[in-house]
Structures are given as structure tokens and as C-alpha cells.
Design a protein around this ligand. Structure first.
Ligand code: 5GP
Ligand code: ZN
Length: 141
């Protein structure tokens, strides 16, 4: 279902121009206007869904199943040395467009425009701590 106030629904409908990378019945992939790295692509489900928490297994399955071939095409075209796949959910996590999307981010070198802060904290958690955390999540299913 198209959401009238959603910029990505408008892109799918062709009401806002985009540089299309791939399209089929279920997904649309296009260049992110910011081009954090060259070839930076967004892949989105054609069915509007706000974020991962609102997304059905069926929609997620369709979206994620297309990622390998779109990533492979970007890799073939640009020969990056690495590749990050990013999905931001919620404003706090950096989401600015509220139509589910995956960022496909080819990586070229340390100064290529993309980076994540990744703090290693394994010394603060023993096996019991990990068991307790996993149990808390297990119980939430
Ligand atoms: P988010 O911050 O929600 O994870 O990512 C949204 C992305 O959409 C941003 O990287 C931004 O550059 C991109 N974006 C926003 N508006 C447009 C647009 O009109 N066209 C295209 N191609 N990308 C857009
Ligand atoms: Zn939408």
C-alpha cells in the first residue's frame, strides 16, 4: 500500500525521480542521493513498511533475498574492497526516511566516507552474563 506522505513510495511510483539500479515485482533499488561511497544503493520493499519492527517475514524475505544479486552487481561494477549492509531503525539509530530500507555500501578505503563506532566490551561480560542476556531475549519471543 502506497503512503502518500512517504518519499520512497513516491520514488517507487515514479513521482520523484531516482537513479534506478534494479526493480522487480517486490523490491526497488536506487542510488542514495548522498552517495556516502560511490555506488551507495538503497533497496526497499515495494510494500510500504516503516521499519524492521513493522515488517512481516514475507516482506523481509522478499527484500533480503534480492540483496545478494544487487550487491554482486555493485561489486562487479566498482570492485570495492569490502561491503557494508546497514539498516537504521528509529530516529535515534539514524533513520531519517520511515520506509524500510537497506543501505548497500561498497567500501574502498579508510577515508571513503563511511565508518561505524564499534566498541569491543567482551572483558565486561562472562559466560553467565551472556546466558542471562540470551535468556531475557529468548523469553521475549
Ligand atoms: P536513513 O537515514 O533513513 O537510514 O537513510 C535515508 C537515506 O535516504 C539517506 O541516506 C538519504 O540520503 C536518502 N534519501 C533521502 N531522500 C532521498 C531522495 O529523494 N532520493 C534519494 N535517491 N535518496 C534519498
Ligand atoms: Zn513508503
Amino acid at each position: 500500500m502506497k503512503h502518500d506522505d512517504c518519499i520512497f513510495c513516491k520514488i517507487i511510483a515514479g513521482e520523484i525521480p531516482s537513479a534506478k539500479v534494479y526493480e522487480d515485482d517486490a523490491v526497488y533499488a536506487f542510488l542514495d542521493i548522498s552517495q556516502v561511497t560511490t555506488g551507495h544503493t538503497l533497496i526497499i520493499p515495494k510494500t510500504h513498511t516503516t521499519d524492521i519492527f513493522e515488517t512481516s517475514e514475507a516482506i523481509a524475505g522478499e527484500l533480503f533475498s534480492r540483496v545478494p544479486k544487487v550487491a554482486a552487481a555493485i561489486k562487479k561494477a566498482y570492485q570495492p574492497v569490502g561491503f557494508n549492509i546497514i539498516n537504521n531503525n528509529g530516529e535515534f539509530a539514524g533513520q531519517s526516511v520511515f520506509h524500510l530500507h537497506l543501505h548497500l555500501m561498497p567500501r574502498y578505503d579508510e577515508s571513503d566516507g563511511f565508518g561505524v563506532k564499534w566498541v569491543e566490551r567482551s572483558s565486561e561480560f562472562d559466560a553467565d552474563d551472556l546466558e542471562n542476556i540470551a535468556t531475557k531475549i529468548n523469553q521475549a519471543f
